[in-house]
Design a protein around this ligand. Sequence first.
Ligand SMILES: [Zn+2]
Length: 458
Amino acid sequence: MPTPISTLPPLAATPVPAEIRLRYVLEHFALAYPGALISVIGYADTQPLVEIAAAGEAFFEEVKPYPAAPNWREWQGQQIPFFFDQPEKPLLVLQAEKAVIAADLISAAFYLLSGWQEYFSSERDRHGRFPYAASVQYKYGFVALPVVNYYFDVLRVAIEHVSGQPLRPRRWGSQKAPFAAFISHDVDNLRSAWKAPAKAAWQQRQFGRFGRLLWQHLTQPDAWDNLEAVAAATAQYEAESTFFLLSVKGRAANGTPNADYKLAESKFWQRLPAQCTLELHGSIGTSTDAQMLRDEDEEILDALGVRFHYLSWDSAQTPTTVEKCGFLFDSTLGFAEHYGFRHSYCQPFYPFNFERGRAANFLEIPLNVMDATLHHPHYLQLAPAEILPALAPVFAEIKRFGGVASVLWHNENFDPANTRNGPRQFHEIMAHLQAEGAAFRTGRDIWQEFTAEPAANS
Ligand SMILES: [Zn+2]
């Protein structure tokens, strides 16, 4: 793991009251299990039917990023880490018309889902991001498990016991698919496929080859100018591509490259099939600057969603920035360094806005898989044949809990020259998702379906 290279000054204490934590968690539970009777859940002081031990209260009085090590227990055949647990007691005791849970699942779910560790940790990587290496998911090895969904499953069993009401995870669409899949493409580069081979030819003094590549570049479309082909590739699975477009060309002030194309001039996106959705890929700096983000958005009409370039995210400032610009959803929150669950949750959720002390008003569709993560000098180096076997268990967890599998495949990785994390690996993933019964949805569709009035749990 690369070591974090920068640190931030410590934040002032901003306690989140117990009732806000409880409400934040239970509202998400009700979204995961539509129609659930959440009013029966509480701490002992309210004498609820589902009683949860208040073992995590003291942690939230302080501003530490990490709680004590979790206690591992088996639940539904899976080893699950329980934070704020009482290991000497059984996890769940079912009595006549009452259930008692020994782990403080409300505190544990709030801790993971809110991203508390990111807000209170001062560690950042060279791109200013919270590093996977600093996370509890890395430390305790559970990034590929949606642990909060397992906590909710314990609550489900308890509620079913006291209410007699069977609960089922969310289903997707009129066909009631067991999970959804969101396929997106960040468009960073459209014009640069020729550069790496041309540079290599020049360095190897193969001047004839260099000349041919340069001539091709000047007379033919670039191999990465391929958005129609990308849309056609996803359409083979009756899926619709969502493109996140950058509206700033060239290097940002800190030297990080933005797009290699000029969005306002090229209008290439107008050639795309009508079913493709265009959203905003916020350039470097926009994740903490609402005015800059708003100005960029005005270049693309009707962007309802955003994902930040380089997965830039500052948990202290970005939620308010996204809210100020009125986006309905974001899809930035995954670890660049590892596939899986950055907030240990496989459904869309409302990020916690620590600055405002409440849930944010936009939906997060968390990012589970990014192509670059799978093979990159700084991330994983999976062989092509290892990719689907690594991801299949993650998709199985998402299916188990009715979540959304969010997959980001950059358009440049549809270039047949990429045989590591290229088109072939993309097609393997898509065929797998289709065979598993995923309902392919755009980010907008997911927002619409997720925010609709909850249907009765039938
Ligand atoms: Zn990008």
